[in-house]
Design a protein around this ligand. Structure first.
Ligand SMILES: [Zn+2]
Ligand SMILES: [Zn+2]
Length: 265
């Protein structure tokens, strides 16, 4: 067992705004290192507002390529590279690397970051165009192939989120799962519990149904048996979620993650 903590920089959705909330991104601290579990558009602002300097962060893991999970990488990498002279670490599911995935349009560099981050630098007096590898050491990870992030055992698992777009959850130290964005699947939750995961950070929305059902509604997840509901921490909810909605969820046994909250394991 490896000791670690998970601190939420935010627990909101793609449209969350401070001071109410920030994107559902977290800092994992383990083995003397801190790394980002997703780095969305509001992640650099959340770090700033919590007085966490970017140079204290040693890497990032990305679950999928939506802006609230991946598009903070531009500022994170730029600041690390130009202001801190620090090359970062990036743990990247294979589906987001052109070299490792046949899925068109899912490459993190070509389809998300290159337009703004490809830039001319001078190295040993010679001009050169930057690539993702200048900003970070890339660690490609795949489902069913356990790896570690600075000594913390990790494993990713696929989830269903938006059509045609790969998305992944991550299991930390074989006992804590983080689904990131996903549609509801009781089977996925049961599979995680079968492999001895004892707490699941799971996304939810409390409002009117999303078109095309790309997220998990409270009505769906509330159908789980109570003994399972007690093992679930809800996150990724809208800024206008009411106190009553939270209270009803707590009554059902769910825990609710709030911005800044830290879980120690
Ligand atoms: Zn999201
Ligand atoms: Zn998403």
């Amino acid at each position: 067992m490896t000791q670690f903590s998970l601190q939420f920089l935010g627990t909101g959705n793609a449209w969350s705004k401070p001071p109410v909330n920030y994107n559902t991104n977290a800092i994992v601290r383990a083995c003397g290192h801190a790394w980002l579990l997703d780095c969305g558009l509001l992640c650099p602002l959340a770090l700033h507002d919590r007085n966490i300097p970017i140079h204290d962060i040693d890497g990032a893991f990305i679950t999928h390529l939506h802006g609230d999970h991946a598009l903070g990488l531009e500022e994170f990498f730029f600041q690390s590279f130009f202001a801190c002279q620090k090359r970062q670490n990036l743990w990247l599911p294979h589906a987001f690397s052109r070299k490792h995935s046949p899925i068109e349009g899912s490459d993190l560099w070509d389809n998300c970051l290159r337009g703004s981050m490809e830039t001319l630098i001078y190295q040993d007096g010679k001009p050169r165009i930057t690539t993702l590898h200048d900003y970070a050491d890339i660690h490609i990870v795949m489902p069913q192939q356990p790896f570690d992030i600075f000594g913390l055992p990790c494993e990713i698992f696929p989830v269903i989120h938006t059509p045609q777009k790969p998305a992944f959850g991550i299991i930390l130290d074989n006992r804590v799962a983080f689904t990131s964005d996903c549609t509801f699947s009781q089977k996925r939750i049961e599979t995680l519990l079968d492999r001895n995961v004892s707490l699941i950070f799971h996304e939810v929305y409390f409002s009117a149904p999303y078109p095309h059902a790309v997220h998990t509604s409270i009505d769906e997840i509330a159908e789980l048996p109570e003994d399972i509901r007690k093992l679930i921490v809800l996150m990724h909810y809208a800024d206008d979620t009411t106190k009553d909605a939270f209270a009803s969820a707590r009554k059902l046994g769910f825990q609710i993650a709030t911005p800044g909250m830290t879980f120690d394991f």
